[in-house]
Write a protein that binds this ligand. Structure first.
Ligand code: NOJ
Length: 770
């Protein structure tokens, strides 16, 4: 990201007013002249030379605004801003409230430094898009870039200039509720998606009011929490960290991300928020990150609970390790001055943290125009524009994954009556996913409504809830936001009887099952990924009707569907699709859109297989591919090793075959390149788009290799009956890995090339790296 020169920025008269009036008071406040005439460095040096230690520490403080307050200027936060104790705030929305607090900062604090205003804008703002895990299943970075660009425009019209996104934590464990916020299990794909998010949010000019500063999170390794339990311990080798988990964070840094958020977990027995190896040695020194680091919510203070010191000690550790901004904990505010006086930290450390935050504000253009994101006229133009809403519909449909489609049951054809049953069938509140602020779910459509509209009046669409989400109302109350509760007081039997009644005479039953939005996300780990009993009972009952069943699966994570998979004829996994979810689902069910999504996270057969991921190691006693079970090899007595649906898997309304892999040469020089090609044919009756995937396997190397690793993919449009040659370039960088000394190397020897439509069904060839 380029560092802006003040001279290139246009300053409107409106924004000059506060600064000039401040200057006339002969205070030490920022003047228009210094902003306009000095270079960024000179300006920030000059400003910092006038700052007291308390004011510098104030810049490191990030409180949350919290609940809506009638008069922001009279809030406790406003008085703290006046005292110079606040560098930024978050959880405040709306141009008016934000402008009021910005005015307090600019006009009433001693130096007039504007605040940076953040929020978790993770998959859209007013226009809500599918959850990020769903977005990644499009394998279309351009979709993610578009989502980020639209989010930036909408939220930048509502006063906000900094988003806590993208979340790029790799996870192998669907029990972890936050898998919904990331791009799945693969570091290569995760890196590509991370860069798309950053490009979309930040654009080419961070100072524009249509762009946002991104914050990649959660650094680092948060997705590897033991047993998939949120906030839990992470323990792994550095080699595993570098080879499996770190790439997406690094990719975001390479794309110029402006800020990075630490994670709650520990690594190597040191919390990430105080971890010098992560924050200094890797992030800053090795990757050259020069933006600012913010802690996660109270993560600095939580280091006390981790057992590595009292609040002063943990505050010192965080600052020394490289955390610039303290989210919520108020720990820096409480302890840094004292620690400086006691010689536990240097002023230089405080200075560098403060400088990085001031630079970010400068890059965002806040010094030039503190109110630039507070233009009240923009909202009407940006929010839910026709373009945004139509993008939401298209992008949602591309996030869906068709997991099963026996006898081409989908798309629906020739139906006169369609019965839609299940606890997610008509729930508007469950369309949006997490991290939404103005979900406007009252104006959302449910699936039933949109399906009826799409099928037209000639088809009768009937609905019955059929079951609650889970059996136990107390359990449901644990995880359900009160406003979204749709619990029905009738018994399972009554609900099922109603479903069977409405299904009478139906040609097909659509069973909208899975989990609600509150069952995944932060603090929503699950130890049981199987379908709740109450939904199972409904499925058993409708199966007995003998009618064809399409399961429309709503979920924020892979679920364990070993038995349900056998009970239904088709499964369309729709995640949580956002504003246009209902319409997009109807588009796919009726065949207006052919599904193209492919899984970016393996679906286990049963929960006990977790963690499960495609790029695993071999073990010394690998399971034979043909055996169900063999004693004394690495397998289970009660379930296969393989997932139910593997990474990269997804069907469409047409079918494809892959020819053999051909290589232009079977040996590669140390600086060379080879080409691997395959002929892909659309063997079905419909035009389609296939995601062709390239995997590599290093056969022998100095540390044990994974069985395969994704290294490339291409989307290919194929008309019915058409064949195309798809070629991948393979160069030596694609063969590199971190060895036991953490050198990034490619070792000579044999490599296997695998190309296919998912990670398991591949054609192979081999070459040697000389
Ligand atoms: C805690 C979450 O872990 C993080 O993702 C989020 O950005 C912050 N809270 C702020 O809401």
């Amino acid at each position: 990201m380029k560092f802006l020169k003040s001279s290139v920025l246009f300053i409107s008269m409106a924004c000059i007013v506060p600064v000039c009036s401040i200057a006339r008071e002969k205070s030490e406040r920022i003047t228009r002249a210094e902003i306009e005439q000095k270079s960024a460095d000179e300006f920030i040096n000059g400003l910092m030379s006038r700052m007291t230690v308390d004011e510098k520490i104030g810049q490191l403080n990030l409180p949350s605004y919290g609940n809506v307050m009638p008069n922001p200027k009279k809030s406790e936060i406003a008085s703290r801003i006046v005292r110079g104790e606040v560098g930024g705030i978050f959880n405040i929305f709306g141009v008016d409230a934000i402008r009021q607090l910005q005015e307090v900062a600019v006009k009433e604090s001693r130096l007039g430094i504007p605040i940076i205003v953040g929020a978790d804008i993770c998959n859209g703002y007013k226009t809500v898009f599918p959850i990020p895990l769903g977005l990644s299943c499009s394998w279309k970075p351009e979709n993610i870039e578009e989502v980020a660009r639209i989010s930036a425009k909408e939220v930048g019209a509502d006063g906000i200039c900094w988003t806590y996104s993208p979340m790029v934590d790799i996870s192998h464990d669907a029990r972890w509720g936050r898998v919904k916020e990331g791009a799945g299990e693969d570091p290569f794909l995760g890196g590509i998606m991370a860069q798309a998010w950053v490009r979309g949010y930040q654009g080419n000019d961070l100072s524009a009011d249509t762009t946002l500063m991104a914050c990649v999170k959660h650094y680092a390794l948060y997705g590897a929490a033991e047993a998939g339990r949120d906030y839990n311990t992470v323990d792994m080798s550095r080699v595993t960290a570098m080879n499996y988990y770190m790439r997406p964070y690094q990719a975001a840094v390479e794309a110029g991300v402006g800020s990075i958020m630490t994670s709650f977990n520990e690594f190597e027995s040191i919390p990430a928020t105080g971890n010098t190896w992560l924050l200094n040695d890797v992030l800053r020194k090795q990757w050259g990150f020069n933006g600012f680091v913010v802690s996660d919510f109270t993560a600095i203070a939580e280091m006390v609970n981790h057992g590595i010191g009292n609040s002063q000690e943990v505050g010192v550790k965080a600052l020394k390790a490289g955390v610039d901004m303290d989210m919520i904990a108020d720990c820096y505010h409480a302890v840094l001055k004292k620690s400086l006086e006691e010689g536990k930290i240097t002023e230089a450390k405080i200075d560098s943290a403060c400088r990085r935050i001031l630079i970010a504000k400068y890059q965002l253009g806040l010094f030039h125009d503190p109110y630039k994101y507070c233009n009240p006229k923009r909202a009407a133009k940006e929010f839910l524009s026709v373009n945004n809403v139509s993008a939401a519909r298209r992008i949602a449909a591309e996030s869906f994954v068709l997991l099963k489609n026996d006898n081409n049951l989908l798309p629906l054809k020739g139906c006169r009556k369609v019965a839609v049953v299940g606890p997610l069938a008509d729930s508007k509140a469950n369309m949006a996913g997490s991290w939404k602020y103005d979900e406007q779910t009252k104006s959302y459509h449910g699936l039933v409504e949109d399906l009826q509209e799409s099928l037209g009046n000639g088809v009768e669409v009937v609905f019955a809830k059929g079951s609650n989400l889970v059996d136990d109302s107390v359990y449901e109350a644990n995880f359900t936001d009160q406003n979204r509760s749709t619990r029905d007081d009738r018994s399972d039997e009554q609900l099922i009887a109603e479903a069977l009644k409405v299904a009478e005479g139906a040609d097909v039953i659509i069973a909208a099952l899975g989990e609600s939005i509150d069952m995944s996300g932060e603090g929503a780990s699950r130890a049981i990924l199987e379908m709740p009993q109450t939904q199972k009972k409904l499925l058993d009952a409708i199966q007995k009707t003998g009618k064809p069943i399409v399961m429309v699966l709503f979920t924020g994570r892979p679920l364990a569907l070993q038995s349900e998979e056998k009970q239904v004829n088709a499964i369309l996994n729709v995640w949580f699709g956002g504003t246009e979810a209902g319409a997009a689902i109807a588009d796919v069910l009726t065949g207006k859109v052919s599904p193209t999504g492919k899984l970016t996270m393996s679906f286990p057969r049963v929960t006990g297989q977790c963690p499960i991921y495609y790029n695993h190691k071999m073990t010394g006693r690998p399971m034979s591919p043909d055996a169900w079970y063999t004693r004394y090899v690495s397998n289970y007595i009660d379930v296969l090793n393989e997932p139910l649906y593997p990474f990269g898997y997804g069907l469409s309304y047409t079918t494809y075959t892959y020819g053999d892999v051909s290589l232009n040469t079977n040996s590669m020089d140390a600086n060379g390149k080879i080409q691997a090609s395959v002929i892909v044919t659309n063997t079905g009756a419909q035009d389609g788009e296939e995601i062709v995937q390239l995997y590599l396997r290093d056969i022998v190397r100095s540390i044990t290799p994974p069985v395969q690793e994704l290294k490339g993919f291409k989307r290919v449009a194929l008309k019915a009956g058409e064949s195309k040659k798809v070629t991948f370039d393979i160069d030596v960088d694609m063969l590199k890995f971190y060895d036991s000394t953490l050198d990034y190397v490619a070792e000579p020897g044999e490599f296997q090339v695998m190309i296919g439509g998912n990670s398991k069904e591949v054609k192979t060839a081999s070459f040697t790296l000389k």
